[in-house]
Each structure stands twice: as C-alpha cells, then as structure tokens.
Design a protein around this ligand. Structure first.
Ligand SMILES: Cc1cc2nc3c(=O)[nH]c(=O)nc-3n(C[C@H](O)[C@H](O)[C@H](O)COP(=O)(O)OP(=O)(O)OC[C@H]3O[C@@H](n4cnc5c(N)ncnc54)[C@H](O)[C@@H]3O)c2cc1C
Length: 390
C-alpha cells in the first residue's frame, strides 16, 4: 500500500495544525497531517494557554505580537473560536530584575508590544488582590490574557481541511524514509508507505524519537511541569488577571467556573526529565502544597482557595529555551519542535514562519534565532524564567 503527497506533517497539536493551515494558505496542495491519537491530545491539550508578551529578543517579541493579533480576531483570520480572553497580564519582578525589565520593554515597544512598567504601589489600580510587598516593579500588558489551545488547534485543523489538507487521526508514523541525505517519505503503523519530498516533525514532546527515525538528534529535554487547579472562594469576586510572579516563583490564570490554574515559575524543568507517556498523570499533594503556598503569597486571597486537582504536564526544552524552526541536516526533513513552554502563544507565527520557509519564501520575521544548527552547546542554560528577560 503506498501513496504520494507533497508534505507530511507529523503531529496534530497546535503547531502541526497551524503549519497545515499556513501551508494550505500558501497554496501548497497535497498536505497530509498524521496524528497518532487525536488532535490536541499531546502537550496542547494539557496547556495553561497563557498569552504573555514579555520576551527578551526582537524576533520572539515580533512572533508574539503577530500571534496575539490572530488570537484577537481568530474567527475572521482562521475560523472557529480561540477562546481568547484579553483579561490583561501582570508580571511581577524583584528589585534586581527591574533594570532588565525596563530595557526589555523599551525594545519590545519598538516592535509593537503594548506594555507599561508600574510601581508596586500602583498595582492596586489594576489588580488590588496581588501583594506588592516583595516586588521591585510590575509589568502590565493590557492586551494579554489566555486562550483555549484545543479550540485553536481545531480551528486551524478545520480551516486547513477547507484549504484541502487531509488530516488522519489514529495514524502513527513509525519510520521515516531517506535516500542519502534526503527525506523521501514515511511509513505508518498500519503498514502504509507514503512518499513525500517534505516531512515536518511537529511531534512536540515526542519530537526527539520522531527525529531519530530520520537519523537526526534533537537537543531537546522533555521536562516535567505540573499544573494545579484551585477553586476560588465565592467571595473572591471577579476573576483575577493573569499573574506571573517572577519574584515569588508562581503563576495564576483564571479559568471559568470560579477556578484558577496555577504552577511554579522557580523549578528548572530540565532537572525533572519526564517520560512523555506520563502526560496527564496525577500529581502529589506535597508538590501541590508547595506551589499553592507561593501562589497564596502572591495573591493572598487565593490562600483560601480549595485544591481541586492537578496533572503532570511537560515542556520540550531546547538549550536556549526557544523553538527549533527550520530544516534539519536531512534535506526536506523540517523541525518545528522544542517549544520550551511557549508553543501555544507563538503558534500562529510559528505556522506562518514554517510555511514560508518550506515554500522558499522570505519569512516576515528573521528565522535565524530559531535555526536548527544554532546550538554550540547541547546542555540547557538558564530556566524558563530566562525566556522572559534573557
Ligand atoms: C502544562 C503545560 C502548560 C503550558 N502552558 C503554556 C502557556 O501558558 N502558554 C503557552 O504559550 N504555552 C504553554 N505550554 C506549551 C504549549 O502548550 C506547547 O508548547 C504546545 O501546545 C505544543 O504543541 P505541539 O503541537 O508542538 O506539540 P503537542 O501538542 O505535544 O503535539 C504533538 C502531537 O504529535 C503526536 N505524535 C507524536 N508522535 C507521533 C507519531 N510518531 N506519529 C504521529 N503523531 C505523533 C502526539 O500525539 C501529539 O498530539 C504549556 C504546556 C504544558 C504541557
């Protein structure tokens, strides 16, 4: 059994779906997306979906600005719903981080980010329930918020189908075929051979083993990042803003039904490698308690919130905590992985950049900082927090 297509995309998370949509929009015919389970069943379906804009480089800032514009008008730009809630985001930093924050925001404003540095004392006018005590400054991003990663994936997938893309779920790629240094197609778990001059690895947490099928090693560590769900007290009032407390080491984002999703911003996920198949597994009460204490210090009213549940999430982390978006040394074998915890908020721009690179067009944003071959050392440096301020 065999067939031929132009492009095979491996992985039906938000990355693969966005690439499929943008390839169809760029006029590529015969795109086939293969997902071994169901759309958004990987990291995408376990994501917290926060869209913050603070990034240390011009290129990543431009990526998030373009992506935010899509989330804001997803129905017109793509179709379907993004579930985007522009509640605003606040990012608290320590006194020692303040100078770096101010320099970064200056750079970011030049590429269109709307953000304002507040004195801790001024925080009360935006979100009085955050404790300003240990903060040196607070960044306010009025347009930031959170979205629904599963809805965005489905929106991109439906629009891709309308553009002629074939999406097959329950189909696993088990081999990648090569002729010398060129990719020639894939083989599936059902025994089918699919010839294709272009194969895209968008397999998220599974991208390293998928790359190995083509003889390519990715410098990616899959690191555990648990998420905890708490129920706010009925007297809490209106939902809080998204709050990322870089000084205290936790984040909180509101969810419908009086819930809040929270997690750690101090752990170094690279020190906690996780088997991807454990995605969604239970978490222990001990680890929840530690994070909830930090969240309760950041937003004291949440100290009274009731713990509901948690799950094991994980990030696919590169040495510089930025995605790999580019062609591998095997010609025609493209990588869109190593999202390092940013893969939802960057997904529109990632799909746009990948499609441009694949068709040989010049991407709107310089792709060099995301190139496959950029790593001198393979060991990760810094932690997730480094991706905010460098
Ligand atoms: C707990 C958690 C919180 C997060 N919070 C945020 C956040 O607040 N903001 C943000 O921007 N990002 C966040 N992220 C990151 C973001 O959600 C991810 O980077 C993004 O969703 C990854 O999408 P993906 O499509 O690259 O990978 P995935 O969603 O993992 O998709 C990969 C797909 O490939 C499939 N696959 C694997 N192997 C094969 C194969 N051999 N054949 C066929 N299919 C295969 C898998 O089944 C899977 O569906 C978070 C992630 C987690 C886990």
């Amino acid at each position: 059994m065999s067939r031929r297509v132009e492009v095979v995309i491996i992985g039906g998370g938000v990355t693969g779906a966005s690439i499929a949509f943008h390839l169809a929009a760029a006029g590529v015919r015969d795109v086939l997306l293969l997902e071994r389970r169901t759309l958004a069943s990987g990291g995408t379906g376990r994501s917290v979906g926060i869209v913050r804009q603070l990034y240390p480089t011009s290129e990543t800032s431009q990526m998030v600005v373009r992506s935010l514009a899509v989330f804001q008008r997803f129905r017109e730009a793509v179709g379907g719903e993004s579930g985007y809630v522009a509640c605003g985001a606040l990012i608290g930093v320590s006194t020692t981080m303040r100078a770096k924050l101010e320099a970064t925001v200056k750079l970011q404003r030049s590429v269109g980010v709307r953000a304002e540095v507040l004195e801790p004392a001024d925080l009360a006018r935006v979100e009085p329930r955050i404790d300003p005590e240990n903060l040196g400054a607070v960044l306010y991003e009025p347009e930031s918020g959170y979205g629904d990663p599963t809805a965005v994936t489905n929106g991109y997938a439906d629009a891709a189908r309308r553009g002629g893309v074939r999406i097959e779920q329950g189909v696993e790629v088990v081999a990648i075929r090569r002729a010398g240094d060129r990719v020639t197609g894939v083989e599936t778990g059902t025994g089918e051979r699919i010839d294709a001059p272009i194969v895209v690895n968008a397999a998220g947490l599974w991208s390293p083993p998928v790359a190995r099928l083509a003889g390519v090693e990715l410098p990616i560590i899959v690191g555990r990042h648990p998420v905890f769900v708490i129920e706010r007290d009925a007297s809490f009032g209106r939902p809080h803003l998204v709050y990322l407390d870089l000084a205290g080491g936790s984040y909180a984002r509101p969810e419908t039904g009086g819930l809040t999703l929270t997690g750690s911003l101090t752990d170094d996920e690279t020190q906690h490698p996780m088997e991807p198949e454990l995605l969604g597994a239970d978490v222990s009460l001990d680890e929840a308690t530690e994070v909830l204490e930090r969240t309760g210090r950041a937003i004291p009213r949440l100290a009274e919130a009731r713990y509901r549940r948690g799950w094991a999430g994980a990030f696919d982390i590169t040495p510089d905590w930025m995605p790999i978006l580019g062609e591998s040394p095997v010609r025609g074998f493209w990588i869109a992985a190593g999202m390092s915890g940013h893969g939802f908020k960057l997904s529109p721009a990632v799909g746009e950049m990948m499609a441009a690179l694949i068709v040989g067009a010049t991407p709107l944003i310089n792709p060099a900082p995301f190139a496959f071959g950029r790593f001198a050392a393979k060991a990760p440096s810094g932690t997730f927090v480094a991706s905010y301020l460098g």
